[in-house]
Design a protein around this ligand. Structure first.
Ligand code: ADP
Ligand code: MG
Length: 360
C-alpha cells in the first residue's frame, strides 16, 4: 500500500503555541508510520516555518514549554505544502484555528483535516458564534457585545462602543457601558476577548470597577469584547466527528481546581481533573450530544470539534459555551479521550480524521 503523504503543522503564532507543540507531537507520535509518510512542520511564534527534521520514529511527545530543536528553515512553505496529499493543522487559536491556515490550504488545493475557512473563523470569534447559535435556537448565556475603538494608535484614549442585537452602535463612556452590561447580564459577569483561547484575557468581574478593568484588559487582546452573565454550572464537553453525517461522543466533565477554568487551572494546576464519562443522566447526555451535532452543523463545521457546555446547578439547564474547531490533541486531552471511551483509540481516530479531511 502506498503511504499517504501528510503534513502535520504545529506551533504557530497564537497564545496557544506551547499547547500546539504538545498536541502536534502527540499526533506525529500516534500516526501509523506504516500508513503515512509524515512531513512535520513547525511554525515559530514569530511566524517562521521550519521542517522538524528529527527522525520520525524517534519523535516523542514534547512537554508543555518544550520546543523542538532539530529544525531546518523552510524558505518556501507553499512548495512543501504542494508536495503532500493532506495537511493536518494541529494549531490552536489565532493564525491556525481561525481560518487563516485553512485559507492558505484552500488556495493551494491541499485537502486538510478539520473545519473549512468559514467554520474555523466563526468558531474562533465568540461574539459571532453566539449570533449564529442564537439563530439556531441554541440556549446560551445572555451577553453584551462591546467594540473597542482607537483610531490613533499613538494614543491610549480608547473609546468604547455598545453594539446592540441589530448591530446598532452607540459610543458611550465605559462606566455607562458597564451599567448597561449589569442591567442585561447582572454580576458577577464574565468578560472575554472575542477572539482568544486557553482563557487568555478572560476575567470574572464581581463589581462595576472590576467590570471596567476586565473590559479594558480584554481589549488588549481583541477589539471585540464579549461580556456574559455568570452561569453557576458544571462544565461538560462533547466531541463531534464527521463531515455530513455527524457523530457525537459520550460526554466528559471538567473539574477545574480554581474558581473557573483559567489558564492556570488548565495548564499549571495538577488538581484540575476530568471525568469521563461525566456522572449525568442519560437524558442530559443525549440533549448535549444532539445539541453538539446541531451546533456543529449550524456553524458549518467539518471534520471535528469539541463542543463545550454549562449544566446549570439547580435548574439542570444546558447552555452552550463554545465550539473549539481544533481542540487540544495531547494524549490526555478531552477530545481524544472521549473517543477513546467510545472505543476509538487515538491512532484509529487520526485515521478517521485524515480520511474525512481527504474526502470533503
Ligand atoms: N458565562 C460563564 N459563566 C461561568 N463560567 C464561565 C462563563 N464563561 C466562561 N466561564 C469560565 O471560563 C472558562 C474559559 O472560558 P471560555 O469561554 O471557555 O474561553 P476559552 O476559549 O479561552 O476556553 C470556562 O471554561 C469557564 O470555567
Ligand atoms: Mg473554553
Amino acid at each position: 500500500m502506498e503511504k499517504i503523504k501528510i503534513a502535520v503543522i504545529f506551533g504557530g503564532m497564537s497564545t496557544e503555541h506551547d499547547v500546539s507543540i504538545v498536541s502536534g507531537s502527540s499526533v506525529i507520535k500516534n500516526l501509523n508510520k506504516e500508513k503515512y509518510e509524515i512531513t512535520p512542520i513547525y511554525i515559530g511564534k514569530n511566524g517562521d516555518w521550519f521542517l522538524y527534521t528529527k527522525d520520525i520514529e524517534k519523535i516523542d511527545i514534547l512537554k508543555i514549554g518544550e520546543e523542538p530543536i532539530e529544525l531546518k528553515e523552510i524558505k518556501n512553505p507553499i512548495e512543501v505544502l504542494r508536495n503532500v496529499e493532506v495537511a493536518f493543522p494541529v494549531l490552536h487559536g489565532l493564525y491556525g484555528e481561525d481560518g487563516t491556515v485553512q485559507g492558505l490550504l484552500e488556495l493551494l488545493k491541499v485537502p486538510y483535516v478539520g473545519c473549512k475557512v468559514l467554520g474555523s473563523a466563526l468558531c474562533m470569534d465568540k461574539v459571532y458564534t453566539k449570533i449564529v447559535l442564537d439563530k439556531a435556537g441554541i440556549n446560551q448565556a445572555k451577553y453584551v457585545y462591546i467594540k473597542k475603538q482607537n483610531d490613533d494608535i499613538r494614543h491610549s484614549d480608547d473609546r468604547y462602543v455598545y453594539v446592540d442585537e441589530h448591530f446598532n452602535e452607540e459610543e458611550l463612556e465605559l462606566k455607562d457601558i458597564c451599567k448597561k452590561v449589569i442591567e442585561k447580564c447582572g454580576l458577577p459577569a464574565f468578560v472575554k476577548p472575542s477572539n482568544s483561547g486557553s482563557s487568555v484575557g478572560i476575567n470574572k468581574a464581581k463589581d462595576i470597577s472590576e467590570l471596567e478593568n476586565a473590559i479594558k484588559y480584554a481589549g488588549k487582546f481583541d477589539s471585540k469584547i464579549l461580556v456574559e452573565e455568570f452561569i453557576n454550572a458544571r462544565e461538560l464537553e462533547c466531541a463531534v466527528i464527521g463531515n455530513n453525517n455527524v457523530d457525537a461522543s459520550c460526554v466528559g466533565e471538567i473539574l477545574p481546581a480554581e474558581d473557573f477554568y483559567s489558564f492556570d487551572a488548565k495548564y499549571n494546576n495538577s488538581q484540575s481533573r476530568v471525568e469521563i464519562p461525566a456522572n449525568i443522566s442519560t437524558d442530559i447526555s443525549e440533549e448535549i450530544r444532539q445539541t453538539a451535532c446541531k451546533a456543529f452543523k449550524a456553524v458549518d463545521g467539518k471534520g471535528l470539534a469539541r463542543v463545550d457546555f454549562f449544566l446549570e446547578k439547580g435548574t439542570n439547564k444546558i447552555f452552550l459555551n463554545e465550539i473549539n474547531t481544533m481542540p487540544g490533541f495531547t494524549t490526555i486531552s478531552m477530545y481524544p479521550q472521549l473517543w477513546g471511551e467510545c472505543g476509538k483509540p487515538y491512532s484509529d481516530l487520526l485515521d478517521v480524521l485524515v480520511q474525512l479531511g481527504m474526502h470533503n
